[in-house]
Design a protein around this ligand. Structure first.
Ligand code: ADP
Length: 441
């Protein structure tokens, strides 16, 4: 038999004995009911006394020992003691876990801020406090946008695309850069990761300056060499067997000039990675110019078609837009045989403005497509060199599109052809307002 059940039998037995003794004593004294009432009263008083001891102990259990009672009361007290011990054990484990978590996040080299669905700060670690200048208690519960009044941060948090971090310059006056990345979790909560990227940014600036300076320094001597080579090539006294090497030297000097020009353009684009504003650009006029340029090439695809499906203009920086579109058209012309075709298209829909260049050229194997916009990345280095490309064209396209909030989509099949499409957001498209022509009266 279980101890609890045993205790209940014992309690029932005790009550029965009390009743019997009370009744017996009452009967002997001539009042059975009176005896029973006295016995039950005593029993009730004993139950109340036990209840009082139990309640007193529960209130003072942190320092008082449990009352020493047996039977059902002892069982109840034993159960309470067991529950209490289990609760204390779980609490200790939880506190230990919390301490470990706090210590590990404090040791993190990155700042971590937990934001609730209203973008209010729920918690942050030491590094976040240091990097973002947050104060332990005062800033808890504050909206993060109110503390980091950077428009880029406000825009980033208001959006829903957190796939890439943003880099900001905190307003503390020193030459530091912070990278912020949001990781959404749970019910609209956000984990904001903050990292000091000042070193990387400085190295990046050194690299950019070096490339820009080197290109700039190389430009002048190359102009002199190219000039002499041109004069030499036109010199009638040039011996026949030197004509070939001089022509090749001129071709290579032209290639170097193209590489240096593109490197300088890339450095200029990289100098500020900011989104450019700009004015409305007449896409139809740009396309018509690009078509003329293709047709002026010594060799070009036989069929060059143009489809301007909207007279909407593109808001941006005209020279940059021209440079990006011209690189795409130039590539299509370079990598398409003379009997192929090239199509340029501009159209506008609910998703924005789209500029595409389609060719029936050599195409690109799928594994190369994700890497095309890297500097000097070529699918077939030999062929690309033969076509005189700098290897920087698509890197320039990527930068220009980024600065216009646009994206590049490449679809291609080897031996069939390729389509390069630049997708511009609706905010970049401006539909010209036409003044209605007054009816002749
Ligand atoms: P390049 O000056 O070598 O053309 P780009 O950056 O413009 O450099 O292009 C990178 C590489 O992408 C090229 O070398 C070529 O292999 C490939 N490519 C670009 N456009 C096309 C195209 N329309 N058809 C086939 N391959 C292309």
């Amino acid at each position: 038999m279980q101890p609890a059940t045993q205790a209940w039998w014992f309690a029932a037995g005790r009550l029965l004995v009390t009743v019997l003794v009370g009744c017996g004593a009452g009967w002997l004294l001539g009042n059975t009911w009176g005896g029973l009432a006295v016995a039950l009263g005593l029993h009730l008083a004993w139950v109340l006394a036990n209840l009082f001891r139990l309640e007193w102990w529960l209130r003072h259990r942190s320092y008082a020992d449990p009352p020493n009672t047996g039977g059902v009361w002892g069982e109840i007290i034993a159960q309470i003691v067991r529950l209490h011990r289990r609760k204390r054990f779980h609490k200790q484990r939880f506190v230990q876990l919390m301490r470990q978590l706090q210590r590990s996040t404090a040791a993190l080299p990155d700042g971590v801020v937990i934001l609730n669905a209203q973008r209010e700060i729920v918690w942050f670690n030491l590094m976040a406090a240091r990097l973002l200048n947050l104060r332990r208690t005062a800033d808890l519960g504050m909206r993060i946008e109110n503390l980091l009044r950077e428009p880029a941060v406000v825009r980033y948090l208001a959006g829903s695309d957190y796939s890439n971090p943003i880099v900001i310059r905190p307003a503390n006056g020193d030459d530091s850069y912070l990278s912020l990345q949001v990781a959404p979790y749970g019910d609209g909560q956000l984990l904001l990761l903050v990292r000091d990227v000042s070193r990387q940014m400085r190295l990046e600036a050194v690299r950019r300056d070096f490339v820009a300076n080197a290109s700039h320094e190389l430009r002048s001597p190359l102009t002199v060499v190219s000039g002499y080579l041109e004069t030499l090539a036109q010199d009638p006294s040039l011996e026949g067997d030197l004509k070939g090497p001089v022509a090749e030297m001129r071709r290579q000097a032209d290639r170097m000039t193209a590489i240096i020009r593109d490197l300088l353009e890339l450095s200029r684009l990289e100098e500020t990675n900011e989104i450019v504003g700009g004015a409305p650009v007449d896409v139809a006029a740009v396309i018509s110019m690009l078509r003329k340029d293709v047709l002026a090439r010594p060799s070009h695809p036989a069929d060059v078609s143009v489809s301007v499906e909207s007279d909407a203009q593109l808001i941006g920086d005209e020279p940059e837009i021209h440079s990006a579109f011209s690189n795409l058209v130039d590539n299509a012309a370079k990598y398409t045989p003379a009997d192929g075709s090239l199509g340029i298209r501009w159209w506008v829909d609910a998703e924005g403005g789209h500029f595409s260049v389609t060719d029936t050229g050599i195409g690109i194997p799928p594994e190369h497509i994700p890497r095309l916009t890297e500097r000097f990345y070529r699918v077939d280095a030999g062929r690309a060199r033969a076509t005189g490309g700098s290897g920087l064209g698509l890197a320039i396209v990527k930068h220009v599109l980024q600065r216009h909030g646009a994206s590049l989509e490449v679809t291609s099949a080897q031996g069939v052809g390729s389509t390069f499409t630049a997708h511009f957001p609706p905010a970049r498209v401006s539909v010209p307002v036409r003044t209605p022509v007054a009816a002749a009266g």
